[in-house]
Ligand binder design. Structure first.
Ligand SMILES: [Zn+2]
Length: 126
């Protein structure tokens, strides 16, 4: 039986999404009063044009794997953004008031905007 030698990156185990879930819950508690309670949070590789997305119906959140090479505080912003969508589906004033509770929101938006410009990725997180 040949053992496959893993060069390069280690394969992600399901634990990684559990860690992401724990992180989302922690952010929800810390900044959003624990109100958004996601049912699932996971990394996905198929989001070409978005940093993150959520489905309020089943309270699932997905983050683009491209965020994995970005600073933690940027990933936290995208998580906060998607968590806030569990409370407010539209990008309206109420939504942004939630997101603004995360102190690095403006900085993170600037970071992602700069990155998007550099890579022709035009859309902010959804
Ligand atoms: Zn959004």
């Amino acid at each position: 039986m040949a053992e496959v030698r893993r060069t390069g990156r280690r394969r992600r185990s399901p634990d990684v999404d559990a860690a992401l879930m724990a992180r989302a819950r922690d952010l929800s508690d810390r900044y959003l009063g624990g109100l958004p309670q996601p049912e699932s949070v996971r990394w996905v590789s198929n989001q070409r044009s978005r940093w993150g997305s959520c489905t309020p119906g089943d309270r699932s959140i997905r983050l683009s794997e491209r965020l994995q090479k970005m600073p933690d505080w940027v990933v936290d912003y995208v998580l906060i953004h998607e968590l806030a969508h569990l409370l407010e589906p539209q990008h309206d004033e109420k939504f942004w008031a939630w997101v603004a509770l995360y102190p690095l929101t403006e900085k993170a938006k600037g970071y992602l905007l700069g990155w998007s410009d550099a890579s022709n990725l035009s859309r902010p997180p959804d």
